[in-house]
Design a protein around this ligand. Structure first.
Ligand code: A3P
Length: 289
């Protein structure tokens, strides 16, 4: 497999083939009631997608099995040769839809703001994101080869990876949350108390679900359940796109795996980057739960 180089849209590095479909993303029209899930990659996108879909289906497991999660929650900017693009899939579905995107707040098409779409953003600490993204880049063949962990970490801190700088992404959306109908969640909080965080999502979406249903959603969206579930573990994706023999999509699902990857000096370098990037914002992350 020849891996494509990164593409660029309005200064944001993006998966190469995604850039070629950019005109269609810009033309995309959000609809009344569409819910946007936005994240920097590897921050819990699939997890929150499953949670949101189940909530909107009132916890009905059968309805949630109607397709793989990447079909139920289409990926706006997705574009890979020979497969329907995210915009093609979305344009064939009537709103209200749940839409996934990794776009930065600066590059998201205005249509989402014009239609006052609800947005759920999930952020995760930079160290675990870097580790998860490294393993993902090894197996997701649309991304450039990550090289060694040290090489990847440098590229990550420089923003030379698909969807750019982690800090720009999390800060951009953090700032936007005050002006829009947005729920800003943290992966670490979801791990610490999934029930509490799922309740926030239920409330945000204006749903009223029984404790029994809430319990069911918690069980069904546990890491173990999602890793075993073929509708959520991405095994439906061909190995020419994601080679899960290299690294599984549902890899570890924990906080603090960075301790198994970072050397002391790599950790110090990231701490320095984090301090610098986060100065002047009240946004902060937990690196251990
Ligand atoms: P790891 O690689 O650290 O295991 P995304 O969906 O944004 O690509 O994020 C993928 C990351 O979320 C992976 O992290 C994956 O294991 C983790 N993840 C997916 N489902 C999860 C769940 N139900 N609970 C905890 N972590 C989950």
């Amino acid at each position: 497999v020849v891996r494509p180089p990164l593409g660029d849209v309005s200064g944001l590095p993006i998966v190469g083939p995604f850039a070629e479909n950019w005109a269609n993303v810009q033309k995309f029209q959000a609809g009344e009631g569409d819910v946007l899930i936005d994240t920097y990659p590897k921050s819990g996108t699939t997890w929150i997608s499953e949670i949101v879909d189940l909530i909107l289906q009132n916890g009905d497991k059968k309805k949630a099995q109607r397709g793989a999660i990447f079909e139920r929650v289409p990926f706006l900017e997705f574009a890979v040769p020979k497969i329907p693009t995210g915009t093609e899939v979305l344009n064939a579905i009537e709103p209200p839809r749940v839409i996934k995107s990794h776009l930065s707040v600066q590059t998201l098409p205005n249509t989402f703001w014009e239609k006052n779409c609800k947005v759920i953003y999930v952020a995760r600490n930079a160290k675990d994101v870097a580790v998860s993204y490294y393993h993902f880049n090894r197996m997701a063949l649309g991304h450039p080869d990550p090289g060694t962990w040290d090489e990847f970490l440098n590229n990550f801190m420089e923003g030379n990876v698909a969807f750019g700088r982690w800090s720009t992404h999390v800060k951009g959306w953090w700032k936007m949350r005050q002006q829009t109908d947005m729920l800003y969640l943290f992966y670490e909080d979801m791990l610490e108390d999934p029930k509490r965080e799922i309740q926030k999502v239920i409330k945000f979406l204006g749903k009223d679900l029984s404790d029994d249903v809430l319990e069911k959603i918690c069980l069904q969206t546990s890491f173990k359940a999602m890793k075993e579930n073929p509708k959520t573990n991405y095994t439906a994706i061909p190995s020419t796109i994601m080679d899960q023999s290299v690294s599984p999509f549902m890899r570890k699902g924990i906080c603090g795996d960075w301790k198994n990857h970072f050397t002391v000096s790599q950790s110090e370098r990231l701490d320095e980057y984090y301090q610098k990037e986060m100065s002047g914002t009240d946004l902060s992350f937990r690196f251990l739960v």
